[in-house]
Design a protein around this ligand. Sequence first.
Ligand SMILES: Nc1ncnc2c1ncn2[C@@H]1O[C@H](COP(=O)(O)OP(=O)(O)O)[C@@H](O)[C@H]1O
Ligand SMILES: [Mg+2]
Length: 461
Amino acid sequence: MGTFLIVDGDADFSADICQFFGSIGHSLYRAADFQGALLELSARAYDLVVSNVRLPGGGAIDLSRAMRKAGRDAELIVYADIDSAPEGLRAVKEGAFCLLQKPFSLPELNFQARRALLDRGSRRSASPGMERLEGEAAYRPYNFIGESEEIRKVFKIVNRVARTNVSTLLLGETGTGKELVAGAIHYNSLRSGGPFIRVNCAALPEQLLESELFGHEKGAFTGADRMREGRFERADGGTIFLDEVADMSLMTQAKVLRVLQEKSFERLGSSEPVKTDVRVISATNRDLTERMREGQFREDLFYRLNGVTIRLPPLRAREGDLALLVQFFLKKATLEMGKAICGIEPGAMDMLLRYRWPGNIRELENVIERAVVMAEGEIVTAEDLDLLFAGSELPAAGQVSLPPGGVALADAERQLIEQALERCGWVQKKAAELLGVSERVLSYKIKNLEAEGGLRRPGSR
Ligand SMILES: Nc1ncnc2c1ncn2[C@@H]1O[C@H](COP(=O)(O)OP(=O)(O)O)[C@@H](O)[C@H]1O
Ligand SMILES: [Mg+2]
């Protein structure tokens, strides 16, 4: 059982929370303002602090900072009303475990408290005595929404891989959470006390990327007016995340390969080797096999990067997750914008379910954000979404529409079969149900299509 501190200027409110947690066996202490909270925190070791974001004499943000500065590793849960929600979010960015919106129920608070304590326990055992790092909050496991079988498989591998040092390659369409997974691996690994350094290999031209990666000496090239450390150097003792790795030039690939083989490199314009100890996580939404076949990606580098592959399924293949994600992003957007929106109309949900989500979770997040901006009432309606989806190919409910230019029937069949298989994680039995045919008929069709070389399996070789 834990030792909790409840902080609120409203004594009745904190008394209720205390009574509740006390009745399930925790030890409770109370403070009525910011100074009081600081005093309490210096008096004993707490496991959890639950605080109003607004306090007499300060706020939860100050509290979070003070706790971190004093090396207190208690978890902080904050709560806010609509007015103070933006401060609450800032507190979360400063390291608070989560934000609850008033009014909340005591079981809801208890649920979050249990998660906070679990999270704290696992962090302690992963990195005893390690200070919490900036940015970590964004990659906490509770940010990972999803209960589908597909995503559970991903969680399982992430957990296993995190505890090792193996190079990990993340594959998946854009917006499927590759960066989130990279962060989750790092912050749950033995290196979580070290830096997590991200490089987007597609964003920069060759020379700039190389100077980003390896650093340069003063005068190495025009414009290099002082020495600069590269990201491989800064990632020493931690993890480097090579995002969009397929977009590196062959030259840069050769240099990255050398770092991985020799664990040392030279800054541009220098012949002095620099040692570095990094774990590499890389990601791409491209087909690396294809890139290798075209001679655009080095095979030896591929094998170095690909100790373990994690495939992030597209959103449309995660059965049941869409609704959870919608709720999550609705809550997030309403808090950020201070709007009181409590849900989504069934018709609107249906539209979201029918859409293909080529931009995956990132796209969903954007759509929900915009819908919250648009919404006039307390719930998001189909009309709010209509405007957003205007012009995109959203199939009507229960109807397949013939494109204006006609269609190749065989091709349409192939695509529908692919989509059904994809949605069911390639479980033929389920796909057959979706298509209204027997498993035997589907299996026969698949064989024919494969013989024609015609089935597209995403991310497959
Ligand atoms: N399972 C998830 N639960 C909640 N948010 C998610 C999830 N997966 C991705 N996101 C969010 O979607 C956005 C895109 O994710 P990101 O990791 O950048 O995707 P990728 O790197 O694959 O393009 C980010 O804002 C991320 O936080
Ligand atoms: Mg990305």
